[in-house]
Write a protein that binds this ligand. Structure first.
Ligand code: ZN
Ligand code: ZN
Length: 311
């Protein structure tokens, strides 16, 4: 590869990151393990095992809605790989098109450790990723299942009142200046593809939707987890809050080891409008996103909005 090309990528990365990247650069000895990395130590585990870190796997599956013991007692969140945990792992595997063995095989571990949206896949026991229209075909030796399923809504089909087709957005004062343009572009993409129109509220005016950057515990009951793990989250209509995890390294466009602001905005705006997670990997509402990647709106996302608003 030409040196000049590498250099231009480097310069582009510097330009992209200088106003935005908020994560402190730690020396290797100071670097903490990313939030989901512990799952790698559990590869091969299955029902009947007792391994330290299984209580953390239970917390992980609880966080994303897969595990609901009647009581969140210490006894349930122990290190026993029990039947309830096996069932939760199988549900997770089905949602991500993995052969539902209930064992933490390599593909399950690599899927679970991918950075993702902080919004749960199953809300109040409602597994929206496996709703009507799901067809499964065993595909033989690959261990994958081809699942035809699609967009989802929040329980109760929460949405903006049908008369509210124009919505305004604004930014919390802590928003890095470089993050505004990618979020505006994301709203423009949703604007062009749906019956909604969006505009930025004049500063000082209240907006229907507010974007902010927060770290760790920030007062909404859904703490962020530092670099890696969850990247952002947003609330169902008509709450309007959309938070980026300020501890991530953010970028404009695809930059290695950074997350694209616009791609994440497209996903979280989908939540603000009432979409839940989709099991279609190409859909913007698919929960996982790796660093260095960009995505756009997919037919599945547009169909979801049309179905929710009956337009
Ligand atoms: Zn999400
Ligand atoms: Zn938040």
């Amino acid at each position: 590869m030409a040196t000049s090309h590498l250099l231009s990528i480097f310069i582009l990365a510097l330009i992209s990151l200088s106003p935005i990247g908020q994560a402190k650069r730690n020396t290797p000895s100071e670097q903490k393990q990313a939030p989901f990395e512990f799952i790698k130590t559990l590869q091969g585990c299955h029902k009947g095992n007792k391994t330290k870190e299984i209580h953390n796997l239970k917390n992980y599956l609880h966080q994303f809605g897969y595990l609901q013991y009647p009581n969140r007692t210490h006894a349930n969140y122990n290190d026993d790989f029990d039947e309830t945990l096996e069932s939760a792992v199988k549900t997770y595997q089905r949602n991500y098109h993995i052969n539902p063995t209930g064992t933490l095989d390599a593909i399950t571990v690599s899927t679970m450790t991918t950075t993702r949206c902080g919004v749960a896949d199953i809300i109040n026991g409602d597994n929206t990723m496996q709703k009507s229209g799901t067809k499964k075909h065993e595909s033989g030796s690959s261990g994958h299942i081809h699942t035809v399923s699609h967009y989802s809504f929040f329980p109760g089909n929460l949405r903006w009142p049908p008369s509210r087709t124009h919505l305004t957005f604004g930014f919390s004062p802590n928003t890095p200046a470089g993050a505004v343009a990618p979020v505006v572009r994301a709203f423009q993409r949703w604007d062009a593809a749906t019956h909604f129109t969006f505009s930025q509220a004049p500063s000082g005016r209240s907006a229907d939707m507010v974007i902010g950057f927060h770290r760790r515990n920030h007062g909404d009951g859904a703490p962020f987890d530092g670099p890696g793990g969850t990247l952002a989250h947003a609330f169902a209509p008509t709450n309007g809050r959309f938070h980026y995890d300020a501890d991530e390294r953010w970028s404009i466009g695809p930059v290695p080891n950074a997350f694209d602001l616009e791609t994440v905005a497209l996903h979280e705006i989908g939540h603000l409008l009432g979409l839940g997670h989709s099991s279609v990997e190409a859909a913007i509402m698919y929960p996982r996103l790796s660093s260095g990647r960009t995505k756009g709106l997919n037919a599945d996302d547009i169909q979801g909005i049309r179905a929710l608003y009956n337009v």
